[in-house]
Design a protein around this ligand. Structure first.
Ligand code: NAD
Length: 322
């Protein structure tokens, strides 16, 4: 582990971040990216004196494009910490149980799309924004309005924010790529990139044709609307007319959480949309607040990422545009 290797990894990760978040055109697989990020974090843990504020390990991810109006999020949109195996899940559970021995978890599918914040004012969709760098996102309201499963009005007085994931169903993705192949156009590498490319169009007629969808999974002000658990918040937004994912699993037994992860690993190919893992969240909202955040991610939630399925080099053969 040399200082030169640190510089090399940082350079690579900066390049990959730019390709992924700005161009929506990755050149390496997510697994390769995650592996490098883990290597970087390991070096920085061993040599804290080498850690700099501009290290890729310190970013939430995402860079704001100039062509869209920027929106400053009222509350930061953070990413999630990643784990890759059972031991890391057990370590997460142990950390949480030091404070809450009887903790209850909610397991959710990790939808492979892009995070969105929807803000309603007196029941009308006021604006929709991407996560961007977590503090400042892009205004994508014109495109989000074309997503049929997102309500334009809800029964709610005052300001209301709900967050979730915009995604492209596998069927829409395959149709889109078939059309593009016929037209001799470059193909999208995966549904996530196709969805991100679609909401970043300046002309909303393009997004409207792309058959996007959205699952909502978070209410930043859940306690203010009377919820005490995350599961109640999910039920609350479902009542309001938002699409929530039905495959949510609540359990206080970490072995049972691991069993759910394994079950979904088997079933993921049968789902009509892509998932890249399982998100495990502390259910009780007060416990979430007390557990708090690190500089980058919540301590009350973690994302388990599925092992690699695709071959790295495959991505490099596909050139695509947004
Ligand atoms: P992430 O994908 O590791 O996880 C956080 C995101 O998960 C959230 O922001 C949200 O958008 C999403 N999510 C989906 N379902 C959710 C649910 N039920 N509850 C909460 N959140 C949910 O983090 P990220 O910062 O969006 O992306 C980083 C990842 O992107 C990396 O780990 C890597 O896999 C990939 N990446 C790849 C490249 C590349 O070149 N291939 C480059 C950069 C990043």
């Amino acid at each position: 582990m040399t200082f030169e290797r640190l510089i090399e990894i940082k350079k690579l990760l900066n390049e990959y971040n730019y390709q992924y978040y700005v161009l929506d055109n990755p050149s390496v697989s997510d697994q390769e990216y995650d592996r490098l990020m883990q290597e970087l974090q390991a070096i920085e843990n061993q040599h804290p004196e080498w850690l700099t504020a501009d290290s890729p390990s310190q970013r939430v991810g995402g860079q704001v494009l100039d062509s869209f109006t920027k929106i400053t999020h009222e509350r930061m949109m953070l990413s999630l910490g990643n784990i890759f195996n059972e031991d890391e899940l057990m370590a997460f559970d142990e950390r949480v149980r030091e404070t809450y021995p009887n903790v209850e978890y909610v397991c959710e599918l990790k939808i492979d799309g892009l995070a969105v914040s929807l803000v309603y004012a007196d029941g009308r969709l006021d604006y929709a924004a991407t996560r961007g760098d977590g503090t400042v996102g892009e205004d994508i309201t014109h495109n989000v309005k074309t997503i049929k499963s997102i309500p334009l009005t809800i029964d709610y007085d005052g300001d209301f924010e709900v967050r979730g994931e915009i995604f492209m169903p596998k069927k829409s993705f395959n149709e889109l790529n078939e059309e593009r192949a016929k037209a001799g156009e470059a193909l999208f590498a995966n549904p996530r990139n196709a969805a991100a490319g679609s909401v970043r169009q300046l002309d909303s007629t393009i997004a409207a044709k792309r058959k996007l969808d959205a699952f909502l999974y978070m209410v930043p002000t859940a306690t203010e609307v009377g919820c005490t658990t995350h599961k109640e918040a999910l039920d609350y937004i479902k009542e309001l007319g938002f699409k929530t994912n039905p495959m949510t699993h609540v359990s206080s037994d970490i072995q049972d959480v691991w069993a759910f992860i394994q079950e979904m690993t088997e079933k993921r190919d049968t789902l009509p949309y892509e998932i890249d893992g399982i998100v495990i969240k502390v259910n009780n909202l007060e416990e979430q607040v007390r557990l708090g955040y690190t500089a980058k991610v919540p301590k009350w939630a973690i994302a388990y990422k599925f092992p690699a399925e695709e071959v790295v080099t495959k991505l490099k053969d596909i050139i695509f545009t947004i």
